[in-house]
Ligand binder design. Structure first.
Ligand code: IVH
Length: 674
């Protein structure tokens, strides 16, 4: 290719890629599958390698993270970034309304504009002649820090404004946010590395943007939503128009906004969002209510550091205080003891909480939680309850420091600290804090291991109580024994009739054919969740290949790091585990050959399943969709293609209907599969 042709092609590729990025990251409405995007990117990368002079650093394609910085440079905001006054109830919103009405002439007419108060970090983005030139944190409102490098890696931030009427200079302000699912994944990694988990999406977003290494910041997959735009002129008449303007320039602006004529409408909006916000992908801690007519803003002015024309309604606290009565430990399937606090039962965010995990001893020391302490607990949405902080001033002196038990709370075997004296940990200089029960036959381990196994294989007829009973009766000692059970073993037990015996045996047998990924997952290997199991299965193809892989070979699998690789390798090295796997297979567990993916029918299509199907389990439905090239996901957005609705569907159904997603009844889905 000569340079002229290359140049033409580069421009076309860049425009196409930019459009696709915009559809995917800003509109949440992908136009093509990832492979198409990747293929275009690859071609562009190849041409740019051949003709480096054609590289455009401001093209969306060039978001690659730059070199780590030594420190952040301070920048001054031209217009200070203020804060908002809070209203903690509707009465306080009313009081705000009365205060501002007193300051305006009786003839002043205005409406309210309501938008989400996103739980992230405020940032400012400066554009000159349409090009993103600088991004900064809010800092103290006057002086922030230059985090341009990090912000450039956020895919929903345009590096160039869209449209042909770009202003000479524009400042867009908004919230850098982390999706809840991203936070969950990040916290799993934090804990696996013995680092404290982030308490919420705001802390996580802030922590991620304060990384001096932009590659690290990029790995945190942040997002950005605009909430204000500052232009020299002309000033929009309505704040709602400013939102429109940001959208036109290519910014993501949250869609749950509303113009309200009356305070009653505002109250309804607050209530509606209150009901929906748990299901939003982002954390939302309140509603920002403003006077929509911007000409009234200067009349209303400011109180302290906050504008009078805006107020932040905050949803009721999801935190409460309570007293720690006891700290106990649970033994997990890998034998690790997990401490948890027992409280005086306390109401938080609508439910009563009496226990919360403390994760590990390191976390207890970090928080300095003692038995008898008054602590702040948190329960946000469907997040598991946790202790956020201790109130040391509430101490009486009678509090006692927790020590890990010396013996297992279940089997009395000695408890050892993991990592101590072990080569792996010592080499890395890591302070590993896990304590575990050394008894390989600890009943708690095998109980949890069995619970995990039946869940992994969807054997729903067997719950924790049934497992415990079977173990007590000596019917099973491990998961492999399940496959040699016969009806007569169970039907004779008190409270188990013939019918239930038949159901149990049938469901065990029905689930004895498993995919390789499921099989690996069911083993309960430390640090190996569903995704890792799938990655391992896809990479190695057979159980034998995984069993004989070196730690290096496992580490070479995409998304798998050295800790997980070591853990997988160790598991398969253990004689006991080898015996267990053999026993599973001898007793009738069959690992299915990976099915070839058929491209075509469902390629590029995304499904969500809600409720229970009569004829298929969730995983069966998932693998059928996968076989036909489709994808199944958990969250409903307008990007998904179908919602399969079983009996007793959840809120996903309503949400999907609202968004106009195609709804499939079970029969219609089965028809499609044919
Ligand atoms: S407007 C004068 N709109 O809340 C300040 N702020 O408490 C104008 N925030 O620092 C702020 N979502 O980080 C505004 N839709 C939204 C917001 C929002 C989140 C944050 C922002 C700000 C803080 C003020």
């Amino acid at each position: 290719m000569n340079k002229q042709l290359a140049q033409q092609r580069v421009i076309q590729l860049r425009n196409q890629i930019e459009d696709l990025r915009y559809r995917y990251h800003v509109l949440d409405d992908p136009a093509v599958t990832d492979d198409v995007y990747d293929s275009l990117s690859r071609e562009l990368r190849e041409i740019e390698t051949q003709f480096p002079e054609l590289i455009d650093l401001n093209s969306s394609f060039n978001r690659v993270a730059g070199k780590p910085l030594d420190k952040f440079v301070k920048v001054q905001h031209e217009v200070p970034m203020l804060s908002l006054n809070d209203a903690f109830s509707l009465a306080e919103v009313k009081a705000w309304d009365q205060r501002i009405r007193k300051l305006l002439p009786a003839s002043a007419q205005f409406e309210y504009f309501c938008e989400l108060k996103l739980d992230g970090l405020a940032v400012s983005l400066i554009y000159e002649n349409g090009i993103f030139i600088r991004g900064a944190t809010r800092g103290d409102g006057k002086i922030g820090e230059d985090i341009t490098q990090n912000l450039r890696t956020i895919n929903s931030i345009p590096l160039k404004l869209r449209g042909n009427k770009v202003p000479k200079r524009a400042e867009v302000r908004g919230e850098a946010i982390m999706r809840k699912v991203v936070l969950e994944q990040l916290n799993k990694i934090q804990l696996a590395n013995n680092k404290p988990p982030f308490a919420n999406t705001r802390n996580a977003a802030a922590g991620s943007l304060r990384q001096l290494d932009p590659a690290l910041s990029a790995s945190r997959k942040l997002d950005f939503c605009g909430w204000d735009i500052l232009l020299n002129n002309p000033k929009s008449k309505l704040h709602s128009e400013e939102h429109e303007l940001m959208r036109q320039f290519g910014f993501k602006v949250d869609k749950h906004e509303k113009r309200c004529k009356t305070l009653e409408e505002v109250a309804l909006y607050i209530e509606e969002i209150g009901r929906l916000r748990d299901s939003f992908p982002y954390g939302t801690d309140g509603i920002v209510i403003s006077v929509n007519q911007t000409e009234l803003h200067s009349r209303l002015g400011f109180v302290g550091k906050a504008p009078r024309y805006m107020v932040a309604y905050k949803y009721p606290a999801e935190r409460a205080t309570t007293k720690v009565l006891e700290i106990r430990t649970n033994v997990g399937r890998t034998g690790v003891l997990t401490p948890f606090a027992v409280f005086e039962p306390t109401l938080v965010a609508g439910s009563t909480i009496s226990k919360a995990t403390l994760h590990n001893l390191d976390q207890i020391r970090r928080l300095d939680v003692r038995v008898g302490d008054t602590v702040v607990i948190q329960k946000a949405g469907d997040v598991i309850p946790e202790v956020v902080e201790v109130l040391p001033k509430m101490r009486t002196g009678k509090e006692s420091v927790f020590q890990m038990p010396k013996v297992c709370p279940v089997c009395d075997a000695p408890v050892k600290q993991k990592g101590v004296g072990e080569k792996v940990a010592a080499k890395k200089g890591k302070n590993t804090v896990a304590y575990y029960c050394i008894n390989p036959h600890c009943p708690a381990k095998s109980q949890r291991g069995l619970e995990h196994f039946v869940n992994a294989l969807d054997i729903y007829t067997i719950g924790p109580k049934v497992i415990a009973r079977f173990k007590d009766e000596g019917l099973i000692s491990d998961a492999a024994d399940l496959f040699s059970l016969v009806e007569g073993d169970i039907s004779g037990l008190e409270r188990f009739g013939e019918k239930s015996a038949e159901n149990i045996i049938k469901s065990i047998q029905d689930h004895s054919h498993v995919s390789l990924a499921r099989f690996i997952y069911s083993l309960g290997i430390v640090n190996v969740g569903e995704q890792t199991s799938e990655d391992l299965a896809a990479h190695f193809g057979t159980l034998e290949a995984i069993q004989s892989a070196s730690p290096e070979a496992i580490n070479a699998v995409e998304n798998i790091g050295p800790v997980v690789a070591r853990s997988v390798h160790d598991y398969f090295q253990h004689k006991e585990n080898q015996k267990f796997i053999k026993k599973l297979i001898n007793n009738g567990v069959i690992i299915e050959k990976p099915k070839k993916r058929l491209a075509g029918k469902f390629t590029g299509k995304t499904f969500v399943l809600t409720g229970t199907l009569d004829t298929l389990s969730r995983d069966e439905a998932k693998s059928k969709i996968k076989e036909l090239g489709g994808k199944m996901t958990e969250s409903v957005s307008k990007n998904i293609d179908y919602i399969i609705v079983g009996s007793e569907p959840g809120s996903k159904y309503e949400k999907g209907k609202k968004l106009g997603v195609t709804i499939l009844e079970e029969s219609e889905f089965l028809q499609l599969l044919k």
